[in-house]
Design a protein around this ligand. Structure first.
Ligand SMILES: C[S@@+](CC[C@H](N)C(=O)[O-])C[C@H]1O[C@@H](n2cnc3c(N)ncnc32)[C@H](O)[C@@H]1O
Length: 381
């Protein structure tokens, strides 16, 4: 399965990783330079690189890079066949960095989840899930017993893709029939629940993953403001909106400060804030070894300032949703609790009545076999 060309390429990627070039960026660079590789070959290189970082602290420094890669891939294969073969205590000690204990206590099932290869999730355009599933073939809705999984099984637009085709080159993708979007990210869109005709603001819109979902729920009616500090990301957002034929978006740069991109008052604001990304450590295991406690503390300050800044832009009765793909106490409950204490004009409100009635939710990676995520919601009085 992992031929020598794949292993050589993966080793090359790992050698190019440095403090300014994390593994996911190094991998993108390598794959961009080798556009002739088949989808299966690209996937194999990615899997080899990420397996290496998932099992990094089990590997012997004295071994050659080639032997360490072999060792990591063997461990990954054995783990996928028999996850219980690795003790949860060993994962707590070696699969995550020591500083994390101060900030997160992972449930055992989530530690197991972190070591697995991640699922690939798709979001079909509203009402098209069944036809898309037949068209793509290797794609099925999620199933399961929790209220959240039942929601996705009956009401959402999510499909799990288990094929090997390059989805980006399919006609369906090129014509905007679906987006590749992690299931936890899809949940954030549902938790916002914008209505057609409303005015919403996706304050940290990035390349627009969640903005597209909000616009779809608004049925292309009303206005969605999408801002980010990165113009490059916003350019990509515009391309994605054009592909999806969604036109109810206004794009603006915003640095996260008190000066807002517009004086508009919103029915809803999503702050999908920059964060340490601990919830993405299954998909991006190299980040386990580069993220620090200082990053967490700095980002908690950024998140608090962003929530403070957007608060005045909500209409009375408006909905504010805070989301971060991380699980550290400082960036999740501490930020949300502080906002509740310092903004008496906001009342904490259920994440999604009838499915998650709590006003804060920690979504662990094993719960949806997706990214870990934290959400909090408020209504303005
Ligand atoms: C979690 S990502 C957003 C992902 C996006 N919502 C999506 O679903 O694709 C956080 C975003 O915040 C942006 N960001 C970081 N620092 C910022 C700041 N100080 N002000 C505004 N945006 C910022 C980053 O450029 C990044 O796109």
């Amino acid at each position: 399965m992992f031929d020598s060309a794949t292993l050589n390429r993966a080793a090359h990627v790992i050698r190019t990783v440095n403090p300014r070039l994390p593994a996911d960026a190094a991998l993108r660079q390598e794959l961009a330079a080798n556009r002739n590789l088949s989808a299966a070959a690209r996937s194999a290189v990615s899997r080899a690189v990420f397996s290496y970082y998932r099992w990094l602290s089990w590997l012997r420094e004295a071994d050659s890079l080639q032997s360490r890669l072999d060792d990591a891939l063997t461990r990954q294969r054995q783990f996928e066949t028999s996850p219980q073969s690795v003790k949860v205590e060993a994962l707590a000690a070696r699969a995550v960095p020591p500083w994390l204990a101060e900030e997160v206590v992972f449930p055992g099932e989530s530690l197991l989840q972190l070591q697995k290869e991640p699922r690939l999730w798709i979001r079909a355009r509203p009402g098209t899930r069944d036809s898309l599933s037949s068209e793509l073939k290797d794609a099925t809705p999620p199933d399961g017993a929790t209220p959240l999984l039942q929601f996705f099984s009956t009401k959402g637009d999510a499909l799990r893709f288990f094929g090997t085709r390059d989805l980006f080159s399919t006609d369906g993708f090129k014509t905007g029939k679906f987006e590749i979007q992690d299931l936890a990210s899809q949940w954030v869109g549902h938790a916002c629940a914008p209505q057609p005709g409303q005015v919403w603001w996706d304050a940290c819109a990035g390349e627009g993953g969640k903005s597209l979902h909000l616009a779809d729920q608004m049925d292309n009616k009303g206005v969605l403001w999408a801002s980010d500090r990165s113009e490059r990301r916003l350019e990509q957002l515009k391309r994605r909106f054009a592909r999806a034929q969604l036109f109810n978006v206004r794009v603006a740069t915003w640095e996260g400060a008190t000066s807002l991109p517009t004086k508009t008052k919103f029915d809803g604001v999503l702050v999908d804030a920059p964060c340490s990304g601990v919830g993405t450590w299954q998909r991006n295991p190299h980040a386990r070894w580069t993220t620090t406690l200082a990053d967490v503390q700095e980002l908690a300050g950024v998140q608090t300032r962003m929530l403070d800044s957007v608060a005045a832009s909500l209409k009375s009765g408006g909905r504010l949703v805070y989301a971060v793909c991380t699980l550290t106490r400082s960036e999740t409950t501490a930020v949300a609790d502080q906002f509740t204490q310092t903004h008496p004009e906001f009342t904490p409100t259920p994440i999604f009545p009838g499915v998650v009635d709590d006003t804060q939710q920690t979504l662990w990676p094993h719960e949806l076999e997706a990214n870990g995520m934290f959400l909090a919601a408020w209504t303005k009085k």
